[in-house]
Design a protein around this ligand. Structure first.
Ligand code: ADP
Ligand code: MG
Length: 530
């Protein structure tokens, strides 16, 4: 049911000139949770508006209200000059609002052409599919965003990035005026992100409006015309994106100053013997001729695009994908790392990027998760776990890592992403490692916790650990690392000292060359602009 409020006066009509959508004084509660509290948001013609905010700040709720999925408790929405108390999904689509959902709502077993044309085919009401027409529609659709995809490829064979493009084309063919993308770059490589941004900018130049929801500030800086920031269900910023930097955005997202200048890095004593030395390490289809050293108290960054071999290298050092040839020295002694047991016995710990799947037992208590790797030490002669020692060991890490929880007996799933990541760290630190390998330590963690985890990484290094930090988050590398190795197609191609390169320059280096190996074929085919 759509309630259209009568009588929009001519003055506000004039003010609506370039404004396609205006959501005013929107509030939405779920039980006791106030998801949105008196928030107003406008979208103008031909702009890229970035909606930014930490997890839980209300971004998705706003999108669902604009697209008619949720009814606001208060406030109203004006689209194309028509005022609504609430929108339904159908009215929202009629008004030209299209949301690109994370799963893209495609049919995996149909071809590219069929997926693009399916709505038109269904709408035509004809029983027989007109293949010529399907192809024609698909070709026109692809031309709209200036990309080429194989028309008869099954969608299931395409990369995430290419599927996303099909979803965008479908939105365009449904007469979109506003395209809303909720965290669209989550599953994309940097190169695919660049291709998507090219498409988004192309849409903008055709007069389309884009609402781009993200919490990746470097992306927002690159693409936004206007930036809107939510914090705890309130709008804290709405302004032209020009001149906005990450620091300012972080402040409006968190309400806290996260001061990049105040960071202190621990000193690495260059005279110290390396903790870890790797010589000419090779793994078939993984990496080649990798050599480097890691000193005590040092944080060494390893960066590269997805498929550069960075994760394979970590897994080789952790014994999960043992190297085929080359040498590994720990504190000067050559060691064999063929299994995970070898690695842990030598004091190497690995924290994977997918902590939910690989690192934690979500249903189990925080305490059990922390002690899982040292349970052998807590067992008495009768084979029973000493629960007092278990609790005190867990408490020690809860304090040391400043874990925010009312009780370590609560399940891990009750914690926020940032605190879950601390539990993973605690679990590994409890085993007293010498070398810590962190893979994407803040993936999916909000900005405030991110800064805290970076602080933790720096202080762990200062206590004497050697840390290998694998990440493609450039600001993260600059917040934590003494040195950064750049990998490309399985090789280390550069080494930088943090103070010798800027974030912009490293970003350019990272994106400069595409991965040369198998996964390159899965990337988007963006044809050259005419
Ligand atoms: P964001 O997209 O910025 O991460 P959301 O809009 O998803 O934030 O969530 C805002 C707040 O509203 C959160 O506290 C979330 O838990 C709550 N919330 C969102 N949707 C629902 C729902 N369907 N039921 C209950 N609470 C919800
Ligand atoms: Mg969301």
């Amino acid at each position: 049911m759509t309630d259209i409020l009568p009588g929009t006066d001519p003055v506000s009509q004039a003010a609506l000139k370039d404004e396609i959508l205006r959501a005013e004084h929107i509030s939405k509660r779920f039980g006791g949770v106030v998801a949105l509290n008196d928030v107003s948001l406008s979208i103008y013609k031909g702009e890229i508006c970035c909606l930014v905010g930490e997890n839980g700040s209300g971004k998705s709720t706003m999108i669902k209200i604009i697209s008619g999925v949720y009814t606001p408790d208060e406030g109203d929405i004006t689209v194309n000059g028509r005022q609504y108390k609430k929108l339904t999904p159908i009215t929202s689509i009629h008004e030209g609002i299209q949301v690109i959902y994370q799963d893209f709502s495609l049919f995996p077993n149909l071809t590219v052409a069929e997926n693009i044309a399916i709505n038109q085919q269904l709408a035509s009401g004809k029983q027989l599919v007109n293949w010529k027409q399907v192809e024609q529609i698909a070709r026109e659709g692809l031309a709209k965003i200036n990309v080429s995809l194989p028309l008869d490829a099954e969608v299931s064979t395409l990369s995430t990035a290419d599927r996303q493009l099909i979803a965008i084309i479908k939105a365009l063919l449904a007469n979109a005026r506003i395209i809303i993308m909720d965290e669209p770059t989550t599953a994309l490589t940097q190169k695919e992100v660049a291709a998507l941004f090219k498409v988004i900018n192309g849409l903008k130049s055709q007069g389309m409006s884009i609402l781009f929801v993200s919490h990746k500030l470097n992306e927002v800086i690159e693409i936004a015309d206007r930036t809107v920031i939510f914090r705890n269900g309130k709008k804290t910023m709405d302004q032209d994106a020009k001149g906005l930097d990450a620091k300012k955005m972080e402040f409006y997202m968190t309400g806290r100053e996260i001061d990049g200048q105040a960071i202190t890095f621990g000193e690495v004593n260059q005279a110290d013997a390396p903790l870890l030395k790797v010589e000419q390490l090779n793994l078939a289809r993984g990496f080649f001729d990798v050599s480097f050293e890691l000193k005590p108290k040092e944080v060494l960054g390893i960066t590269g695009l997805l498929g550069s071999g960075r994760t394979e290298l970590a897994l080789a050092l952790f014994g999960e994908l043992p190297a085929n040839s080359g040498k590994i020295y720990l504190q000067g002694k050559e060691v064999q790392i063929k299994t995970i047991q070898d690695a842990t016995a030598h004091g190497i710990a690995y924290v994977p990027d997918d902590r939910i799947r690989q690192g934690l037992f979500l249903e189990h208590s925080i305490e059990n998760n922390i002690v899982v790797s040292i349970i052998g030490r807590l067992v008495n002669r009768l084979g029973l776990v000493n629960s007092k020692r278990k609790a005190s060991e867990a408490q020690r890490w809860v304090r040391q890592l400043e874990l925010k929880t009312p009780s370590p007996e609560l399940p891990v799933k009750s914690l926020s992403g940032g605190n879950q990541q601390r539990v993973v760290l605690a679990k590994w630190l409890a085993s007293n490692p010498k070398i810590l390998i962190l893979n994407g330590p803040t993936v999916g963690v909000d900005v405030g916790s991110k800064a805290e985890i970076h602080e933790l990484i720096r202080s762990l290094a200062q206590q004497g650990l050697g840390i290998l930090l694998i990440s493609d988050d450039i600001p993260e590398l600059f917040q934590t690392c003494h040195r950064i190795l750049l990998m490309r197609a399985g090789r280390i191609v550069e080494e930088y000292k943090r103070q010798d390169i800027t974030e912009q320059a490293l970003n350019a280096e990272l994106v400069a060359a595409a991965p040369v190996r198998a996964d390159a074929s899965a990337s988007t085919h963006v044809s050259a602009q005419p």
